[in-house]
Ligand binder design. Structure first.
Ligand SMILES: Nc1nc2c(c(=O)[nH]1)N[C@H]1C(S)=C(S)[C@@H](COP(=O)(O)OP(=O)(O)OC[C@H]3O[C@@H](n4cnc5c(=O)[nH]c(N)nc54)[C@H](O)[C@@H]3O)O[C@H]1N2
Ligand SMILES: Nc1nc2c(c(=O)[nH]1)N[C@H]1C(S)=C(S)[C@@H](COP(=O)(O)OP(=O)(O)OC[C@H]3O[C@@H](n4cnc5c(=O)[nH]c(N)nc54)[C@H](O)[C@@H]3O)O[C@H]1N2
Ligand SMILES: [Mo]
Length: 699
């Protein structure tokens, strides 16, 4: 029997590549463990360690499929690779000839998004742009509102910190961040635990008592979803009243605080943003706000770590802006142990390394990602730049991960042609015309980037591709050959040659060591973004119009929203008096692995509900309930628990739906309830601003 231990990396979309070791016996993965090479703080989680269950899952697609029944029926016939590829090439050429390249919409991208080569975003972009272009979506499900708003405040300087700098924090505030589940880098949880063991206070601000509160033993401050801006205004009110604002810091590094101050004090609109005011808006007790603000104002440095959740709301743009203002007002931006406050708080460039290039898209017009089904359904008549006729989906399951599943199904039904690369027959794949089965990332070599950390990983191929599956790269090469642009697409290189070229074009000194250890660590692990600006704002100005942090932004005001971050109301209605949040599952990345029993069984899919809300509706723990929103309906079991605030209900995202005849979901697929109406002005996701009603099911 041959046994090998192979350095690999997780390539899932949870903000970090984690260094792992795969044990391979007789060509089969038998175990996956942490790779100790990254030191004790860098470790993976069960999603990576149990990944073999996904690789060997019986429902891996075993060969190309052509649809035979109605879309979504699941009726397909198996076909050969040459036939499937001929068919795709022919249909794409036909669409291009009849309607132009803008009629092709690219969907997906996050499946394997950290790879230098086998990247489910870069490869289809390279392919489609070389084919003559396509309609591209802009913004993102993850952090669209923040990506839009933060540059108005900070310009384009990387505003992240290396996670190891948390060793120097005196207070850590997880503002809508649930690190125990969502990871946000492979060392984040370890660094927070380490801080706890030093006696540092960690505070979680969240509508629910999340696993982070429980497993990290932190303080929990409840807040109604989407109301973080209001809560932050009240925190500022206390800081101002108690002279805990760092005026020197503000003056040196920012513009526009006086305008925000007037708004906080109520000079601007007659309403002081006091803790009492905030209590009525946010559901957070006024006394708790005062206590928290004092603690925050006095502890220095404070790492304010916003989750991306706070900007996946109506007004998420403002939450992103005011969180930065708080860190400036308390002198915590750009200092060791602090953060910028941006929800994109951990992104700094990693080690220099080559990667597959994306040529410019000849089709200039773009459409908002969050509204892709509206683009398909309404086209030019609805004010969008193109009439979409074809969908090219690689590494995405947006039929169910996009908001409003019923609308997404209508959109898929309307296109003339759709193709999907995936390893599993996802609900999105079931609605496509052609499915091309792909490898998963342990079936190929790749270089894997972390989102923020100063390291890069070499993930060695652990096993041969599963029967019938091909790498996305090879699929695109074969299509490019049929369409006449293979020499441009592949540049005559094999996958191995691409990877060798990337390493040659990198700062990695020894490619053998890189492959055999699986990691290259950059020299400095304690980088603080914006520290040069803080050391000398004249020598290192920001790229904002003023060169400083723009707490008030004239450029932002041109979007039609106020120059300063103001709170936005999102009132409940009589029909839908509860607020639904749909956080990310611990044991899945989104919808990935939901079809695999072990992962699905780690956590019950139930609706969390506060005892008061349950009692008002005659609902007992474990009862079956219906959840309804303007978009759809679901039947599900209720968990009655004090772990969630009154007025809020919670359902994990990522479940594959099971729809009744009338469209009611019985599996717990969150997006039957959500809406594609975006937050403005960024046109991005608001999946944490959803109103629903819950009712007991009659026996
Ligand atoms: N295990 C796992 N890890 C993941 C992912 C995954 O699917 N599974 N997905 C990855 C991806 S792509 C992303 S974008 C990130 C997402 O990272 P986040 O957006 O931070 O994750 P969420 O789970 O949506 O929310 C985090 C916490 O915020 C709370 N919350 C919800 N709404 C609000 C609000 O309005 N205000 C406040 N203060 N709190 C709120 C939720 O209850 C939850 O506990 O996670 C990444 N990590
Ligand atoms: N209600 C609600 N909805 C949400 C969210 C929420 O918080 N609440 N979060 C949103 C967020 S932040 C995000 S990022 C999106 C994510 O939504 P999606 O991008 O749809 O994410 P996944 O479900 O992970 O789907 C990725 C797909 O890629 C496939 N895949 C993996 N590796 C490869 C590969 O190498 N090649 C190919 N071809 N395919 C591969 C997987 O099998 C899977 O089907 O969901 C969003 N949807
Ligand atoms: Mo995301």
């Amino acid at each position: 029997m041959s046994t090998r231990t192979i350095p690999v990396s997780c390539n899932l979309d949870c903000s970090g590549g984690c260094p792992l070791l795969a044990r391979v016996e007789d060509g089969r993965i038998t175990a996956i463990a942490n790779n100790p090479v990254g030191g004790p703080t860098m470790y993976g989680c069960e999603k990576g360690r149990q990944m073999a269950r996904a690789i060997y899952a019986p429902d891996r697609i075993k060969g190309p499929l052509l649809r035979t029944g109605p879309r979504g029926s699941g009726e397909f016939q198996e076909t050969s690779w040459p036939q499937a590829l001929d068919h795709v090439a022919e249909r794409l050429s036909g669409i291009k000839a009849r309607y132009g390249n803008e009629a092709i919409l690219r969907l997906g991208g996050t499946g394997s998004v950290r790879g230098a080569l086998h990247n489910t975003k870069s490869l289809p972009l390279r392919f489609l742009n070389m084919f003559g272009g396509h309609t591209e979506t802009v913004g993102s499900y993850s952090m669209g509102a923040a990506s839009f708003a933060v540059p108005y405040v900070l310009g384009d300087s990387p505003a992240g910190v290396d996670i190891d700098t948390l060793q120097f924090s005196n207070l850590i505030v997880l503002w809508g961040a649930n690190i125990a589940d969502t990871r946000s880098g492979c060392a984040t949880e370890a660094r927070i635990r380490e801080a706890r063991s030093r006696g540092v206070e960690v505070i979680v601000i969240d509508p629910r008592r999340s696993r982070s509160v429980k497993s990290l033993g932190t303080q929990w401050i409840p807040v109604l979803p989407g109301m973080d801006t209001a809560l932050m205004l009240a925190v500022l009110h206390v800081l101002l009243e108690e002279a805990l604002v760092d005026r020197t810091f503000l003056q040196r590094y920012s513009v526009g605080f006086d305008e925000l101050e007037q708004y906080v004090l109520g000079d601007a609109d007659g309403e002081a943003k006091t803790p009492q005011w905030a209590e009525s808006v946010c559901g957070t007790p006024a006394g708790t706000i005062v206590q928290f603000a004092r603690q925050y104002g006095r502890a220095h440095p404070t790492a304010l770590i916003p989750g991306l959740s706070i900007q996946r709301t109506i007004g998420g743009e403002e939450a992103s802006r005011i969180a930065i203002a708080l860190q400036v007002a308390t002198g915590n931006l750009g200092v060791l142990g602090g953060t910028s406050g941006s929800p994109i708080w951990n992104r700094l460039p990693g080690p220099r390394m080559g990667r597959i290039e994306i040529p410019a898209n000849p089709v200039q017009d773009t459409v908002p990602q969050y509204c892709w089904p509206d683009v398909i359904l309404n086209g030019k008549g609805g004010g969008y730049p193109a009439d979409i006729k074809a969908v090219y989906n690689v590494g995405g399951n947006w039929l169910i991960q996009g908001s409003d599943i019923a609308k997404n199904m209508r959109a898929f039904a309307q296109v003339e042609f759709s193709v999907c690369h995936d390893s599993m027959l996802t609900p999105t794949a079931r609605h496509c015309d052609v499915i091309l089965p792909t490898t998963t990332f342990l079936e190929r070599d790749d270089i894997v980037f972390a989102d923020g950390g100063n390291y890069v990983l070499f993930s060695n191929q652990a096993v041969s591709p599963m029967p019938g599956a091909k790498n996305d790269y090879d699929i695109f090469c074969e299509l490019a050959e049929r369409l006449g642009f293979l020499p441009d697409f592949s540049e005559g290189k094999s996958a191995e040659e691409w990877l060798e070229g990337f390493v040659a074009d990198s700062e990695v000194p020894d490619d053998k060591a890189f492959k055999s250890t699986g990691i290259h660590l950059g020299a400095d692990q304690l980088r603080v973004g914006l520290s040069d600006f803080v050391s000398d704002p004249h020598a290192y100005p920001l790229s904002t119009p003023s060169g400083r942090v723009e707490i008030s932004s004239a450029a932002y005001a041109e979007t039609g929203f106020p120059a300063i971050p103001e709170w936005r109301a999102f009132p409940t209605t009589e029909r839908h008096p509860l607020r639904l949040i749909t956080p990310h599952p611990k044991y899945q990345v989104h919808s990935q692995y939901n079809n695999i029993p072990w992962f699905r069984e780690q956590e019950d899919q139930v609706l969390w509900m506060h005892p008061d809300d349950a009692a008002n509706r005659g609902i007992e723990n474990g009862a079956q309930v219906t959840v309804s929103s303007p978009e759809g309906r679901m039947r599900i079991g209720a968990r009655v628990t004090e772990d969630i605030m009154p007025g809020v209900v919670c359902l994990l995202e990522g479940v594959w739906p099971s729809l009744d005849q009338d469209g009611t979901d019985t599996a717990g697929a969150a997006n039957v309830l959500t809406s594609t109406e975006p937050t403005l002005p960024s046109y991005n996701s608001r999946t944490h601003s959803v109103l629903v009603e819950v009712a007991r099911m009659m026996a």
